[in-house]
Design a protein around this ligand. Structure first.
Ligand code: FAD
Length: 527
């Protein structure tokens, strides 16, 4: 079994783990990050996309509110490529409790969140989709943040300082020697190969899976799993983040992200870190609540729904111990297992928000450095990450290139305007590594538009097979997995235009291509 030696092994390729990798590398430590999927495929790729001003937490959770406004400014400065400065509005509908406005303004002032009152008419002039019946509106410095761009940006920057990141590798075991964790055993999830990494310290940044990782060292970290659903609408109903000005509840927020508008979210206690269910009541509730501030949404086309699991954590001595996720504070905890449990070589960071990931990483890396006797201070807030153009595909960039005559080649994905040469080049960039259609989706937005893969998935599968004939999965299974995952996010939204689209997609894959029959034949051949 191959063995590697590093100063620090980071577990988890979400916002927190990748920010920690960058921090460690800047402090001169040899660091390796390991992620069981692709980057940002845990909660950091299944969240709402809001760079919080902190306004949402101003009344009940002032510590988080303050962390958010401070880190909101830091992320805008260091990662401008991942942030769209949409600005934010908090708006009251007639049925919202009027007393809350006073408490909220006091809370925002105490946490350092700037607010500016608008008349409802001014708010409607800026955002014509808003209801004319709104009774109050305030401007706050919210923004939209892209979790994929941010995590890739941190890893890109960390690599410049010599750090490494290993994706599709799962930590299968932690190595313990006496009262110390000394590394981990990794499993390549695609080949099953195992390798050992020895590390002076392991940083557990596994989000909702942090408790599972702690258990590998026989330690108890109780993470509360709080599932939330989101719905992407096919168009940008608003260009500003819109929050409901009331105590936090389901369906309070609309976030414009790229070409869509994301509505959300809910808060449902669950028993599993990978629970991705979206229930019918969640869809209905989210759309009803969004329509209370932007009425046309009730009739609009919904594109896709998905869910993520919040990794909430309350220290054992906290007052709150039940399963009401909204009551749990959104600040974070760093657990130094040397002082907490007498086990050296392991630090866990859990809780928090994507907005506060850099701060979470800073505090976690401080604890790692304290264990290692390293005194170098954190500098991740000091200067921007490398300003290399974003790696990921954007529809607006693609349009600009087409109009300037800088792009050619057959279109593979019409909705997101992905061309054949672009697809071929991206597949080639994986080199010897296997590549799934879902990897190409994240890189190029393939299959993320209104037809949700209906017209592009089979074409892309053909190109993939041509360019990389010895990829890991048989092409039929690769196509079926991709299509099934696309359909899964559409099934809870089957009415109106989306229902028509779904029937068409079903006809293409099940009837015309006979994908189920091909898959059965493949399975029979495999046996
Ligand atoms: C519905 C919802 C909406 C949200 N909206 C917002 C928002 O708008 N703004 C905001 O700031 N925050 C939001 N959040 C919170 C935010 O998304 C999370 O706090 C943040 O993404 C957590 O990042 P993380 O890196 O700690 O965890 P993750 O992103 O979950 O990263 C942990 C990683 O560890 C990996 N891992 C686990 N086990 C192993 C193993 N054994 N080996 C290797 N790797 C492993 C996982 O694959 C995963 O990628 C939202 C959360 C939810 C659920």
């Amino acid at each position: 079994m191959a063995t590697d030696t590093v100063d620090v092994l980071v577990i988890g390729g979400g916002a927190t783990g990748t920010a920690a990798l960058y921090d460690l590398a800047r402090r001169g430590l040899r660091a390796l990050l390991v992620e069981m999927g692709d980057l940002a495929t845990g909660t950091s790729g299944r969240y709402h996309g809001l760079l919080h001003s902190g306004g949402r937490y101003a009344v009940r959770d002032p510590e988080t509110a303050h962390e958010c406004i401070v880190e909101n400014r830091v992320l805008r400065r260091i990662a401008p490529f991942a942030v769209e400065d949409t600005g934010g509005l908090f708006v009251s509908a007639p049925q919202d409790p009027p007393d809350f406005v006073h408490d909220w303004l006091v809370g925002c002032a105490a946490s350092g969140i700037p607010t500016e009152e608008l008349t409802p008419a001014q708010a409607c002039a800026e955002e014509p989709a808003l209801s004319p019946e709104l009774v109050a509106a305030y401007r706050v410095p919210d923004a939209a943040v892209d979790g994929f761009e941010l995590t890739h940006g941190f890893v890109r920057a960390a690599r410049e300082y010599g750090a490494r990141a290993l994706i599709y590798h799962r930590v299968a075991a932690l190595l313990r020697e006496g009262d110390a964790v000394v590394g981990a055993e990794l499993e390549d999830v695609r080949t099953g190969e195992r390798r050992t990494v020895r590390a002076a310290c392991v940083l557990n940044a596994a989000g909702p899976w942090a408790g599972e990782i702690a258990r590998l060292a026989d330690l108890d970290v109780r993470v509360l799993f709080d599932r939330g659903a989101m719905i992407a609408m096919t168009t940008r109903w608003v260009n500003t983040v819109v929050n409901r000005l009331r105590p936090p509840d389901d369906g309070d927020i609309l976030v414009p992200v790229g070409t869509v508008c994301i509505l959300g979210t809910t808060s449902v206690h669950t028993e599993r870190p990978d629970d991705r269910r979206v229930e019918a009541w969640e869809v209905e509730k989210i759309i009803t609540e969004a329509a209370a501030v932007a009425p046309a949404i009730a009739q609009a086309r919904a594109l896709r729904t998905w869910a993520g699991v919040r990794p909430l954590y309350e220290p054992p001595n906290a007052e709150h111990h039940d399963e009401d996720g909204r009551a749990v504070r959104r600040t974070f905890s760093v657990l130094d297992h040397a002082t907490r449990d007498g086990v050296r070589g392991l630090v866990t960071v859990v809780g928090g928000k994507l907005t506060t990931c850099r701060l979470m990483a800073e505090k976690a890396v401080d604890a790692v450095c304290a264990q290692l006797g390293v005194e170098t201070a954190c500098t991740t807030a000091d200067e921007p990450l490398p300003s290399e153009p974003p790696r990921l595909h954007r529809l607006s960039d693609r349009w600009r290139k087409l109009e300037a005559g800088e792009s050619s080649g057959a279109l593979i994905c019409e909705c997101e305007m992905v061309t054949r040469p672009q697809l071929e080049q991206t597949i080639r960039e994986y080199g010897e590594q296997p590549v799934a259609l879902d990897d190409l989706r994240r890189d190029l937005r393939l299959g993320m538009g209104p037809c949700q893969g209906g017209f592009c998935a089979y074409r892309a599968a053909g190109v993939l097979q041509e360019v990389k004939p010895h990829n890991d999965a048989p092409p039929v299974r690769a196509l079926a997995d991709f299509v099934e995952e696309r359909f899964r996010g559409v099934r809870p939204l089957l009415w109106g235009q989306q229902l028509r689209q779904f029937y068409l997609d079903e006809m293409i894959y099940r009837r015309t291509l006979g994908l189920d029959t091909l898959l059965n034949a493949q399975e029979a051949a495999d046996e």
